[in-house]
Design a protein around this ligand. Sequence first.
Ligand SMILES: [Zn+2]
Length: 192
Amino acid sequence: MTKVRDEVLAANEDYAGSFGDKAGLPMPPARRFAILTCMDARLDPAKFAGLAEGDAHVIRNAGGRASDDAIRSLVISHKLLGTKEWFVVHHTDCGMETFTDEIMRGLLRQSLDTAEIGPDGWKGVGQGPGSTAGDHIDWLTISDQAESVTADVKRIRAHPLVPQDVPVYGYIYDVRSGRLIEVPEATEAGKA
Ligand SMILES: [Zn+2]
């Protein structure tokens, strides 16, 4: 086994050893809200939003974007599991600001290996073959965080499967301070 796999399984053994009364948690989130946010390793929604197991839904993807699949999860979150308020949280220093569709497609056409970022941006360093399959993916990159949060809140608000009485709030998480900063135009656009 790899070192990481050993570590994860050891940590899980500790966690399960003191699992306690979490065995009895119901499936619907007790605090009836959901957070859509980025997969960035520096963001821990349980910590920055004060969540315990069973409290809320957390939906994560690259950028915290309101992709079709994120909306699928939000609709299930409300329709079947009763959440009543949703947060969209993007963040400062997001990796999604460092490339465009064209850059990502070019890197993937060249190689599937991990690329490197330098002063001039991303550079392909791996061996081929790559693939053109990335040409068909919208990578949902970000050029301005306030704009991306607002666009995503608007997209969720306008979706025909999202009921009008679910407020959608827009925030930017600051990776330097741990603080959530509201994007007022997003929250305004997302009001119930
Ligand atoms: Zn990010």
